[in-house]
Design a protein around this ligand. Structure first.
Ligand SMILES: O=C(CO)COP(=O)(O)O
Length: 143
């Protein structure tokens, strides 16, 4: 099985939805390299057997840390359940993360409907196209 690099991010009022989603598809995510922002990852790990590399909490820079991986083309899929009805103090970081996903052409789901479609595609093996030959080469000048 190919190992893909997947990040989970959820705003506070979307965290229950994220935990339910990841729990339902735990068997699909198992065996992949998983990342998250701080609190989202904690919540998922409390409810599943998944091991997740947690970055900082979103408002403290976690979105930017994940964005740095995206900039280096080191993520294959991001599930980012955003809260469209509440302003976030780190809105510029969120916009920057989505922008850099578009720069690199990274699949990113910002609502549960898209997340469902992408996880089913992952399960089917539709992510093989992400096995780019230069994906994990270190970026010059960056450790
Ligand atoms: O704010 C977030 C994403 O913008 C999520 O951060 P937490 O997972 O730490 O709550």
């Amino acid at each position: 099985m190919s190992v893909f690099h997947i990040a989970f991010i959820a705003h506070d009022r979307k965290k229950d939805e994220m935990v339910n989603f990841v729990t339902a598809y735990e068997h699909v995510f198992h065996g992949h390299q998983l990342y998250s922002t701080g609190t989202t990852g904690l919540r998922i790990m409390e409810q599943t057997e998944l091991n997740i590399h947690r970055f900082m909490s979103g408002p403290l820079g976690g979105d930017q840390q994940i964005g740095a991986l995206v900039a280096q083309n080191k993520l294959d899929l991001i599930i980012f359940l955003r809260d469209p009805l509440m302003a976030q103090p780190h809105e510029p970081d969120i916009t920057a993360l989505l922008r850099i996903c578009d720069v690199q052409g990274i699949p990113v789901a910002t609502n549960i409907a898209t997340a469902e479609i992408l996880v089913k595609a992952l399960d089917r093996g539709d992510f093989a196209w992400r096995e780019l030959p230069d994906k994990y080469k270190p970026v010059e000048g960056v450790e």
